[in-house]
Write a new protein. Structure first.
Lengths: 110, 112
């Protein structure tokens, strides 16, 4: 079983739509969780950390469900510039390594 | 503010040739440093990490090596490249091991 699994998509949504991505992780002892965004042929960039109580940053909301071992990202009022691949990232219990999912591709259309 | 630089941006090398990729971080002291590889259609894979000068830990067996000769410099090397070494190589840093990692622009390596 892979450490971090994501639906690869692509998710094609119109501007203004709300879209949600889910991600599951295998190691119940994992301690830190993040969402990164990666544009085509570019480096990943931190979108937001995911906290146990859930957190929001503008149009983006992240949730963590430890019991079910999944993480979600909700994007409201999608913009064309939100088109990218969204990477779910989980820090291993040992601390140093980050386990990256393969990413979910989002395309926002006019 | 902190910045991370990687070079070169693109590299084309023949099989069996050596490799040296360099990464430097500015604006912070004693960062944790990381080398990742992203192969086509695959997720990022951690290759090496370093918590200090001369301290290197390897995550996967391979023909690559890493060195950290200075606090904010991290080098990825190979004596003889294989076709399977092709990929997108990314250097990253973090303040502490449990903090988010921040990536450089990456080096796209093609082996012919």
């Amino acid at each position: 079983r892979k450490e971090v699994e994501q639906d690869p998509g692509p998710f094609n949504v119109p501007e203004g739509a709300t879209v949600a991505f889910n991600c599951t992780y295998s190691n119940s002892a994992s301690q830190s969780f993040f969402w990164y965004r990666q544009d085509c042929r570019k480096e990943p960039k931190l979108l937001m950390s995911v906290y146990s109580s859930g957190n929001e940053d503008g149009r983006f909301t992240a949730q963590l469900n430890r019991a079910s071992q999944y993480i979600s990202l909700l994007i409201r009022d999608s913009k064309l510039s939100d088109s990218a691949t969204y990477l779910c990232v989980v820090r291993t219990p040992e601390g140093y390594a980050l386990n990256f999912g393969k990413g979910t591709s989002l395309l926002v259309t006019p | 503010s902190q910045t991370i630089h990687q070079w070169p941006a693109t590299l084309v090398q023949p099989v069996g040739s050596p490799l040296s990729l360099e990464c430097t971080v500015e604006g912070t002291s004693n960062p944790n440093l990381y080398w990742y590889r992203q192969a086509a259609g695959r997720g990022l894979q951690l290759l090496f990490y370093s918590v200090g000068i001369g301290q290197i830990s390897s995550e996967v067996p391979q023909n690559l090596s890493a060195s950290r000769p200075q606090d904010r410099q991290f080098i990825l090397s190979s004596k003889k490249l294989l076709l399977s070494d092709s990929g997108f190589y990314l250097c990253a840093w973090s303040v502490l091991y449990n903090q988010p990692q921040h990536f450089g622009d990456g080096t796209r390596l093609s082996i012919l």
